[in-house]
Design a protein. Sequence first.
Length: 538
Amino acid sequence: MIYINGMKKWGMVSILAVAQFVMVLDSTVMNVSISTVVKDLGTTVNGMQAAITFYTLTMASLMLIGAKLCSKWGLMRAFVIGSVIYGIGSFITAISQNLSTLMLGWSFIEAIGAVLVIPAIAALVAVNYKGKDRITAYAIIGGVSGAAAAAGPLIGGFMTTYLSWRYVFFAESIIMIFVLLLSGRFKVAVKPVKQKFDIPSAILSASGMCLLVFGMLQSKVWGWVQPITEPTINGHAIAPFGISIVAYLLVSGALILYFFYIRQQKLEAEKRNPLLQVSMLKIRRLRAGLSVLLSQYLIVGAVFFVVPIYLQMVVGLDALQTGMKLIPLSVALILFSLVGTKMVAKRSPRFIIRVGQVLLVLGSFSLLVTVNRDLTGFLFATAMFCLGAGLGLLASQLGNLNMSSVDESKSSEVGGLQGTYQNLGSSLGTALIGSVLITALTAGFITNIGASDLPASTKNYVDTTVKTLQIVPASSVQSYAESQGSTPADAEQIANIYKDAQLQGLKEALFFLFIISIIAITLSRGIPDELATSKKVA
């Protein structure tokens, strides 16, 4: 079963859980620190949105490659190499002095380390635990993931407010050193699989996902179909046939992923070595579990981007105050991860997941109808609690559900699939909902300025100049308006209009989140409706 010198039965999963905690902690820590990082690095909220998106996008686009390397190199070797790379990336992030260095260390190097570590964690649990122990082990990993997502805002908020966000990444480097030292005691009886690596499949997978998410990210700047602004190459605007380049990016990404799927089918039929055995996606429970996982992390990515952004850049809270506002979600996420783990003995995975999805709908709807300029009040806290409860129930089920859908020989591939869907969901949540927020903010500001009694010169200036707004404090807008010649009274009116547009943008973003949470319920139809076991149920 498990051969660990001097370690008890749960020694391996405990150390793997520490590594998993660090992997998940990263993004939620950064989200509550956005306003401080923007100041420290001299960048913008849009720049940080790009960094957050590319962190999860790098993982999503390379996770299948990482899973294949786990099989090729061996699970422990891949885990060790990934941990080393991740620790180096954390250190570079900690010492970064500009956005470019941050993106190199965090969005690229850390993400590359994670694409080896995450599939290895899933596979190591699968091959070393059996029966009820495996269910418990995956519940531990899922619960730790939920705890990391919940604790991230508080840890990041405290460190950023009283010390520096950089210390979080220094600490991650040190933790990964300890993980490496302790993992040296593992002895895993799974040999590497000698196989060729299909480079064209890797290129198709990575480029297709990158184009899709990058298109969504840039929609706020370039427009979805009708161009807002146009990218230029050597001074020439790029908008073929008057259509925004975003539309071409989305269509191209979808086509490339289609060709990727066809190539995998062909390679599998010829008994060659596909990057992804697409026949696994015919397993109903696995397909449903992965789809729910994607929707779960889309909601996580969206909530952990738009709410902290609003709290910091609009309400004016610091990182710790922002983390405190998220406490109801954090507490509920941890609590209901434990509740979901206890429920598996009496309730089916479908029942538990459906309850979680309904709570996500209630939470997103409550958040939409109770949102106010300061995001205060009991109802706001209740809405966040509902969201956390729903996310906690999902986290308690999906890991074991997906991994138990196949035999151990495919565990690293399913681990890679889980990582792909999870991080693609986070990327889409940050890019899509974040873009909705900024697009709505810009449109609302321009419209309300036009309908106001401000001087015609001010209206004309806004109408002809403003294409995409940055999310900044309203006081900055007032100061800028005064610097452009507006009277103090007009500048104050412009700032108030900007505040109203910010709130409207948040509401529109939350409305999209509510619709997505409703649609997500349909994805759980293939989840098993019998009590969970360790047996495969196709």
